[in-house]
Design a protein around this ligand. Structure first.
Ligand code: UDP
Length: 235
């Protein structure tokens, strides 16, 4: 597949056109940002871990009936994916209180939730991705009711599948963020990535952070933690 011009550069990834208009190539960088872009840095080989891990998890989700954008891993950092129009919602699923949920609702980090919960944020950098509910999403025309139902249903199913896969690697899935996209015919599929950048992973024995919180909170050891997650899940 011939790779053409760069279409877009985000904080952690670049996207390139290909000779097939329905396929794009994602390149995963080591760049990391936190605190709404206030903190910038790199995490050694993060791009490799996120590329390989996200691809492996998406392939497992496909096998369980979740449609994803994954097409083909080209090398350590580059993957072909289906071109989508991203639905401008960050879909956050939580199993255990942490981060913004703990702050906003005064629930101590690490408190297990009585049921998994779902939040939407409006993907809009100028507004700093504000928390919204599904009525706001409808009112703003970000998605239809049918799309929101599909996305919510997939998100909770993905949670159950990922929790099981991770626990087999002695990792607790605390919370995570998903993004969905529309194919040309309107079909909703899982897009973006599933990685230690977008999930909170805690060691199931020690509750040690194995994710981007090490970087966000200046705790250190983030590059080793990413490698550890890859080793446990991909061998
Ligand atoms: N998350 C993300 N991108 C964002 C915001 C959150 O991938 O822009 C992920 C984050 O890694 C965590 C989950 O979504 O796994 C919930 O994050 P939270 O709302 O607690 O925000 P934070 O405390 O990271 O600001």
């Amino acid at each position: 597949m011939k790779i053409l011009d760069q279409m877009y550069e985000g904080k952690a990834k670049q996207v390139f056109a290909t000779e097939d208009p329905s396929i794009v190539m994602v390149h995963y960088k080591d760049d990391a940002t936190a605190g709404d872009g206030a903190k910038k840095g790199t995490i050694r080989d993060k791009g490799i871990v996120n590329n390989k891990l996200s691809n492996a998890l998406m392939q497992k989700l496909e096998k369980e009936g979740i449609p994803t954008h994954y097409v083909e891993e080209l090398n350590d950092r580059d993957t072909l994916v289906k071109k989508v129009q991203i639905v401008p919602l960050e879909v956050i699923i939580r199993n255990v209180a942490a981060g913004s949920f703990s702050k906003r609702l005064g629930v101590k980090e690490g408190t297990p939730l009585k049921a998994p919960t779902l939040e939407f944020s409006y993907k809009n950098d100028d507004l700093h991705d504000p928390l919204i509910n599904h009525y706001h999403a409808l009112a703003l025309g970000l998605a239809t009711q049918e799309e929101i139902d599909t996305i919510s249903d997939y998100a909770f199913k993905i949670n159950e599948i990922l929790k099981k896969i991770l626990l087999e690697a002695n990792i607790r899935l605390i919370d995570f963020k998903l993004e969905f996209g529309r194919l040309a015919d309107g079909t909703i599929i899982l897009a973006d990535e599933i990685s230690p950048d977008t999930c909170r992973f805690w060691d199931a024995t020690t509750n040690a952070h194995l994710d981007k919180d090490l970087f966000r909170r200046d705790l250190g050891g983030e590059a080793d933690a990413y490698q550890e997650v890859m080793k446990r899940l991909l061998g």
